[in-house]
Structure formats: structure tokens, C-alpha cells
Ligand binder design. Sequence first.
Ligand SMILES: [Zn+2]
Length: 202
Amino acid sequence: MFTSVFKRFRKPYVNYAQVKQLADIITVANWLRIKVVNGNGPCPHASDKRAISFNPAWPHKDGSIGKFDCWACQKRGDTNATGDVLELICHVRGYTGHDRSLKAALEMQERFTGYVPKAVERKLPPDGLDYLEYDHVDVQALGLTIEAATRLGIGYARKGTLAGRVLMPIRTREGKLLGYAGFCADKNPILKLPSNLNDPDL
Ligand SMILES: [Zn+2]
């Protein structure tokens, strides 16, 4: 019986080695809609129907088993990759960036155990909330034109935990959205910050 590999941290904790063993690489390929015939299958990024070759018995150092190589794309998922199940998910889905393995692992966890950690459920869309009003009078009161507010992603929220405030995105130096600072001159506190800013992992 598989025990939960997640603890309820704000940023989900993942035991990658355990997640990788939830399903073998052929099962994962089938889930990704790749039909494997005689150890080969198509890559969604290439026309060759046998672009990806699978070695379901390949042993990895972390104890997981199964490897793929995409000969059409000349890669095993990404740079320095080993070609394991998580890298297969990243390659097929087109995931890049430093948190691609986390994304793939959470997806695999959800698919094969049904478990979704709370922090993921609350995750902000990377491009920001889509319901902010850039032409709201409270936004203009800050001296912003609609164009500037739209470009900066600063807008008024009618719903959500910061409803009734002007929201300003807070990002890391790399551009990752951490949350919003919510401003309202008539409310206490006037400025509300996200609770996760001191988290060293963000
Ligand atoms: Zn490929």
C-alpha cells in the first residue's frame, strides 16, 4: 500500500524517488497518450511514429526503473537528464524551467493516487489572476493609466481573499509570481501582504 509522500508544507514536499515508482514508464507513456509498440512510440513534437524508444527495465540510481530516449528531439526530457518517468512527462507536456520536475511529480502523484496537496490547489496562475479590473477608479486613484495598470498587472479585485483591494503582483527576481499585495486606503490593514514571502523556498 502506498503511503502519502506529501506533508502539508506550503510548497508541496515531494519524495521524487517514491513518486517515480508509482507507475512504470510504459504505463506513464499510455497515460500521456503515447502508444508504445515494440518498445517505440511517437513524440508529440516530432512526426516520426517511432521517435521515442523505451527501455522499461533500465535501473536508475534512485531505485526507479525505466528509461526513454527521444531520438527525434535528441533528448531525454532535458539537459543532464536521465530519461526517467518524470522527464518523460516534462518532454511530452513541454514543461521547462526549474520547477518542471515538481510539476511533473505532482501530476503523476495526482493521476496514480488521486492526491492533490493543498498548496497546489491554491496555486496562482503564473500569468496572474485573470479577473483583476485595470480600469477601476481605485487603480486610477493611484495615478496609473489603464495601459500601465494592465502592463504591470495591477488591478482591482472584486473577489478572492483580497476582495475590495487593489492588487499588486509580487514576483521573485526571476519573475515567478509569489502573490499579491492588496491595498485599500479604507481598510485595516491598509496594505495586506501574502503570508508566504518569508518562505526560503520561494
Ligand atoms: Zn521528442
